[in-house]
Design a protein around this ligand. Structure first.
Ligand SMILES: NC(=O)C1=CN([C@@H]2O[C@H](COP(=O)(O)OP(=O)(O)OC[C@H]3O[C@@H](n4cnc5c(N)ncnc54)[C@H](O)[C@@H]3O)[C@@H](O)[C@H]2O)[C@@H](O)CC1
Ligand SMILES: Nc1ncnc2c1ncn2[C@@H]1O[C@H](COP(=O)(O)OP(=O)(O)O)[C@@H](O)[C@H]1O
Ligand SMILES: [K+]
Length: 511
């Protein structure tokens, strides 16, 4: 699903209004009717107190239309207009009159007003600011936002949490609504998925307000949300008369004394994702444990006992995944540098492989083009330097990826794969995956997919999605805390099956 910028959403709005020959107030009515139906279908007339806080722009206008409809259906409502500016939008004004026609008179809140009482049992509708927010809210508005947050009432945000800009970090982090649920119009917003801004969004849902489909399909976006519909077409089926030679020979290079488990995890996930053959290249100390732990994996050892001091692979592998547990011994660093110079087909580089690159940036130009780098945020910072917001991070990482023609997979709660100026935002995964070795599993999975003929960018997007899905399936039986990286590997098979589960079966499972 495409993730639009604010400008693109305004364009989609305009294009819909022109094409359908409707007025903007009709689009507002349509959007707010969706909000109302969402609430009504859940509340079914329950007499809970609903406090609506509406700004003076179109986000506030949506709130006023919602208030009118709730009132018409007998809900117990209280409407506040947060009067932060005298530049009220036309559709806001129109709907203010319509609300008054229904005998609902909002209270106007300004700098001098007392903060209204909000009980934790109330429902708050947050329609103060939408995507039009373009500067820091005034202090008194910020204080009202803090007051709403402190109330602990269920807070339903219209389109976006108020105070959260959609194209940058917030000016003042405490002046943003902590939303229990965001009903976002037509398209998800990038800020929902980034670590510093996603924290304001507990849950979100898209309401389809029927914006111009042609505009939506023909407009290129900088980011795309990756769900099942996006990954399914990438899947490469296994053929009936195929043999192991058809699915590639992966090599995992890594490990050092005390960190052989990283290779074990990467190699077993590489096999589980379908690589035809897998060989591990490790220091001697890991030989027995690895051979015992995974009989299916072949093992090559270097000349040293405790670390890798030279990388010699006596055959032509389909792909190499390098770096997990490899350490940063001086000899390992120079072995890695020499190895990069020799290699010209894309590889997957993780963990200490990335740290070696950060400390020896001259090696970066030897990394084969279209290789996949899989940093967690700390490793990324070592590669591209410090950032002051998620947006700056993404920009810097995009520039870095373009400079070396690489794929950069920024791991996290919503892993973002960057390639060719575009970001692919993953939707699977859970906090149970914040555990030792889960990154090693991802490295093995991406490597194993490339071995089978997936392009490196597809392997990254598909691998990240499948890795998160394996995590979600694992968490559904193990819970978050007990989830171990090896449990992820065990769930790769069911993650594949889950990809093809039919929607009817989902319905059945829910009942
Ligand atoms: N296609 C869509 O997605 C639709 C969007 N609509 C609504 O329209 C909203 C956008 O409306 P607007 O463009 O009117 O903007 P907002 O309602 O988000 O903000 C109101 C206005 O306040 C001003 N402002 C911005 N930051 C401020 C600050 N810190 N202090 C004081 N004033 C500030 C700006 O001039 C802005 O236009 C969306 O979020 C959505 O709720 C719907 O009404 C119709 C369809
Ligand atoms: N809160 C989270 N939600 C979803 N996925 C997560 C979360 N925390 C970590 N992950 C995933 O787990 C993996 C962790 O990788 P990494 O930090 O390299 O771990 P390790 O070095 O221990 O292998 C990444 O793929 C990341 O996206
Ligand atoms: K809002």
């Amino acid at each position: 699903m495409k993730i639009f910028s604010a400008e693109q959403i305004y364009q989609a709005d305009k294009s819909t209004i022109q094409k359908e020959k409707i007025k903007s107030e009709e689009l507002m009515e349509r959007a707010a009717t969706q909000l109302f139906e969402w609430m009504h279908s859940r509340l079914r007339g329950t007499q809970v107190k609903i406090q609506l806080f509406c700004g003076i722009g179109n986000n506030g206008g949506d709130g006023l239309v919602l208030a009118r409809k709730l009132n018409e259906h007998g809900y117990s409502i209280k409407v506040y207009v947060v009067n932060y500016s005298d530049k009220r939008s036309e559709d806001f004004l129109l709907n203010l009159e319509r609300l008054k026609d229904g005998k609902v008179w909002p209270d106007f809140i300004n700098e001098e007003s007392e903060l209204p009482k909000i009980s934790p049992n109330d429902i708050v509708v947050d329609a103060i600011f939408g995507i039009g927010l373009n500067r820091a809210p005034d202090e008194w508005v910020g204080n009202l936002i803090k007051h709403i947050n402190n109330s602990r009432a269920f807070t339903l945000s219209v389109d976006v949490p108020s105070g959260l800009p959609v194209d940058r970090g917030p000016w003042e982090p405490s002046y943003v609504i902590n939303s229990s649920y965001v009903l976002s119009f037509q398209v998800p917003k990038l800020v929902f998925f980034l670590p510093r801004t996603g924290v304001y969004v507990n849950q979100w849902e898209i309401l389809d307000i029927g914006l111009d489909q042609d505009y939506i399909s023909n407009t290129e976006t900088d980011f795309e949300l990756i769900g099942r519909p996006e990954v399914l077409p990438m899947y490469r089926p296994r053929l009936k008369f195929s043999h192991k030679g058809n699915y590639g020979h992966s090599v995992i290079v890594g490990g050092s004394y005390g960190k052989i488990g990283a290779v074990q995890l990467a190699a077993s996930s590489c096999l589980s994702v379908g690589s035809g053959l897998v060989t591990a290249f490790i220091p001697k100390c890991g030989y027995n444990s690895l051979q015992t732990a995974i009989p299916e994996v072949m093992v090559l050892t270097g000349s040293r006992e405790k670390n890798i001091s030279g990388i010699e692979i006596p055959f032509e592998p389909s792909v190499i995944g390098v770096g997990v547990g490899i350490g940063q011994d001086d000899d390992t660093i120079s072995a890695f540098g020499t190895f990069l110079k020799k290699m010209d087909s894309p590889m997957v580089i993780d963990a200490d492989g990335l740290n070696i690159l950060s400390q020896n940036p001259e090696m970066l130009s030897d990394v084969p083009e279209l290789s996949v780098l899989t940093p967690h945020p700390k490793e990324l910072e070592r590669l591209i330097g410090h950032w002051s917001s998620d947006f700056e991070k993404l920009e810097k990482a995009k520039t870095f990826a373009a400079q070396y023609n690489l794929i950069v997979v920024i791991k996290g709660a919503h892993t973002v794969t960057l390639f060719n100026g575009k970001g692919y935002v993953n939707t699977t995964g859970n906090p149970g995956m914040a555990t030792a070795g889960s990154g090693d599993v991802l490295t093995g999975m991406i490597t194993g997919l490339i071995a089978q003929g997936y392009s490196t960018v597809e392997a990254s997007i598909f691998g990240v999605y499948l890795h998160g899905l394996a995590g979600d399936l694992a968490a559904s039986t193990k819970g978050y805390e007990a989830l171990k990286a090896s449990t992820l590997v065990e769930h790769i098979g069911s993650a594949f099956s889950e990809l093809f589960r039919q929607p009817e079966m989902e319905q059945k499972d829910k009942s």
